[in-house]
Write a protein that binds this ligand. Structure first.
Ligand code: SF4
Length: 701
């Protein structure tokens, strides 16, 4: 029997970053299984990872060749790559000449590989001469980035998955890892099974599957997280359950944190959060009793108009108890996308510079300019995700290049995004699939290679960098995103883009990190292929990587101490509910779908779990609206409507409803698109949108 051709790679879905073994048989049929040697998942995969072979093999939806139209009245037509690059360069060039470099921008994705992210950032900031490059990671991680920067001095997750098995108390806030980070949650589950004294606290207005394992579920009112964390801080301080020696030696600004924590009594805080004082005390006591305390969070905290405040007030709990930089402890923001971390590292956001350098620092900008040999870099942040689409709508920005993301479904206030793309002079969409609703807005459509069809690296939630090999050829004329970017740059006449392969791009980026706190100058594609994955920093070819940061209690802040931050807002600043819009809408994921379903929507097996969108609502709210299980309801906000089946239970708080974010269009309408309803207000610092809170009304259809 002929031996299978087997390769080790990484799952292309969530930030857990599981290792996968892909095999190709003699007929070229792909199969996948969990990589038993990979430290993250040790052979386990969730339903999405297990079915990735179907996604990779089914090419019916793929964009196979470049297409363009001469104007919005002309049909799309197939063109050669050379014509596509000429057109992209000519239009971008003429728009920038007429309106200046800030009239264009790139909107990229946490699913791009690190090398692609690096090139997009280099091209935009170093050569186009604008900082208008942002990513869909803005929608999920930017509040955590700011929280870490304000606390530990840079965007650095201190912890590793291996700390899970060393902890004895977990606080999971605004996250449902049982569904959204399943393999990571399986590790917590197993650890708790083997050590029944391990405690799990879950903070969520919904009773999710994660709550089934919880010792304590704090079912708070939406938007009251800061009040809750401050109340827990107050209890720890009052009961003298803080680590005084750690605070004195290694932290700064404790008094500001204390002052905010004492703004409200615990009784008042409990009232505001809609829970009991006893629950707050119980949670704080579990944390204070722990030898190893880990907090984990995702979009429930980040996607908020006070997302940064939610982050810093949670991080304060780790500082108060000295639970950072030691085994089994630390604040752990879980990333949603497979390479959101890699993108942050290479500075692929409007507010960041490559390799953890600071965009506002003239010396850092000059270092980067010299390294790239490009233009002077502007010190002002560029336009962020929502700001770019606002600028297209107002005419301030004229052209956008969208890579590997589907903003028509995923950005808030989606009707406005449609208008912005209609108004734009020129839209490039670079993607793998016609399943993306955004492709219909393209003036130039560029076919990209997908998972298994190109090589590169990704970084998961625990700073683990892994190499992904090319296993199969891309269909049609699709090219790796990195090659598309460097060939466009060459067409623009920019120097410094004469790469022969993606390994050269990676070598350049690794060299750029030398001497920074994210130093990976000891890495290369070759080393990653030979020796496996590494957690950064990896500053020399002999270095084995760094599972846990700050073990020496030296932080990346100017004074070397970890910094307490007083949240600016105790109270939520989201849209206010009224008698016309009396309910709070929360949006999120379901277990077997991913983002806007361009990939998971192709796998029949994944539809057996939850086949269609639904509105989850409390029985009391349903009763007063005369709604029964399975009825069709109309959900209305100030921005639009959604028509969807109702799912009724007591798992969600009264006056709160939940709608999954995945579905864009069903039966050629957009009635189920959650972002018809959501609000595009953002956190003023992180610029992350407030997806988790908008005022709606629900009526029987
Ligand atoms: Fe992929 Fe995440 Fe599932 Fe692991 S947990 S298999 S990374 S989707």
């Amino acid at each position: 029997m002929q031996k299978k051709d087997t390769h080790k790679t990484i799952c292309s879905y969530c930030g857990v970053g599981c290792g996968i073994e892909v095999s190709k048989d003699a007929k070229g049929i792909l199969s996948v299984k969990g990589d038993e040697d990979y430290p993250v998942n040790k052979g386990m995969l969730c339903t999405k990872g297990k079915t990735l072979n179907y996604v990779a093999q089914d090419t019916k939806d793929r964009i196979l060749y470049p297409e363009m139209r001469w104007s919005r009245n002309h049909p799309m037509q197939q063109v050669t790559w050379d014509i596509a690059f000429k057109r992209a360069a000519a239009v971008f060039g003429s728009i920038m000449e007429k309106y200046g470099p800030d009239s264009v921008g790139l909107y990229v994705s946490g699913q791009c590989l690190t090398e692609e992210y690096y090139l997009a950032n280099k091209l935009t900031k170093g050569f186009l001469g604008t900082n208008n490059i942002d990513t869909n990671s803005r929608l999920c991680m930017s509040s955590a980035v700011v929280g870490y920067k304000k606390t530990v001095g840079n965007d650095a997750v201190p912890i590793a998955y291996a700390d899970i098995e060393l902890a004895d108390c977990f606080l999971i806030a605004g996250a449902n890892p049982a569904w959204c980070h399943p393999i990571l949650f399986r590790r917590i589950e197993k650890h708790k099974e083997q050590n029944p004294k391990v405690k799990l606290i879950v903070v969520d207005p919904r009773k999710t599957q994660t709550c089934a394992l919880a010792d304590l579920h704090l079912q708070i009112l939406p938007g009251t997280d800061v009040i809750l964390f401050n109340a827990m801080a107050r209890w720890l301080i009052e009961k003298k359950k803080i680590d005084k020696s750690f605070i004195q030696k290694h932290t700064s600004n404790f008094e500001a944190c204390k002052q905010m924590a004492f703004e409200l009594s615990i009784r008042k805080a409990a009232e505001k959060c809609g829970i009991t004082t006893e629950e707050i005390r119980k949670a704080a006591k579990m944390i204070s009793d722990a030898k190893g305390f880990i907090s984990m969070w995702t979009m429930g905290l980040n996607q908020s108009v006070i997302g940064v405040d939610k982050n810093v007030s949670l991080l304060n709990l780790s500082l108060l108890t000295g639970q950072i930089g030691k085994p089994g402890s630390g604040p752990f923001s879980l990333t949603g996308q497979p390479n959101a971390m890699g993108g942050r590292e290479v500075g692929g956001m409007a507010s960041l510079l490559a390799a953890h350098r600071d965009l506002g620092n003239p010396r850092h900008r000059e270092e980067v300019r010299q390294f790239w040999g490009g233009k002077e870099i502007n010190g002002e942040p560029g336009l962020t995700a929502t700001e770019m689409f606002d600028a297209l709508e107002s005419g301030k920005m004229k052209a956008i290049w969208i890579i590997c993301t589907n903003p028509i479904v995923s950005l808030p206030n989606a009707k406005k995004i449609e208008k912005a793309l209609e108004k734009a002079n020129f839209v490039i969409v670079q993607d793998i699939s016609h399943n993306s609703e955004t492709t219909k807005y393209a003036d130039l459509l560029l076919p990209a290679a997908g998972w298994l069809e190109k090589e590169g690296t990704m970084t998961n939630s625990e700073r683990r960098i892994s190499y992904l090999p090319k296993v199969i050829d891309a269909p049609g004329e699709a090219l790796p995103d990195a090659e598309i970017l460097w060939r466009f740059a060459q067409k623009m006449g920019y120097g410094g883009f004469d790469y022969n392969n993606v390994s050269e791009v990676y070598d350049e980026y690794c060299l750029m990190t030398k001497g920074t706190n994210i130093d990976i100058s000891g890495l290369s594609h070759e080393r990653l292929q030979k020796e496996g994955s590494f957690q950064w920093p990896v500053p020399s070819p002999e270095h084995k990587g760094t599972p846990r940061l700050f073990q020496d209690q030296k932080y990346f802040t100017a004074n070397g101490k970890v910094h307490f931050n007083a949240p600016r807002n105790l109270y939520n600043k989201s849209e206010i509910t009224t008698t016309d819009f009396p309910l709070v809408l929360n949006t999120g994921r379901v277990r077997d779908q991913w983002h806007t379903r361009t990939k998971t929507g192709k796998v029949k097996r994944l539809l057996t779990h939850i086949p269609s969108p639904f509105l989850e609502m409390n029985k009391v709210d349903a009763y007063v609206r005369n709604l029964k299980e399975g009825d069709i309801a109309v959900v209305k906000s100030r921005r639009g409507n959604v028509r969807v089946k109702v799912k009724i239970n007591y798992d969600i708080r009264e006056r709160v409803v939940f709608l999954p974010m995945h579905w864009g269009k069903i039966l050629n309408n957009d009635f189920s698109r959650a972002n018809n309803l959501t609000n595009d207000i953002v956190d003023p610092v992180s610029k992350e949108p407030d997806f988790k809170y908008c005022a709606v009304q629900v009526e029987k259809y």
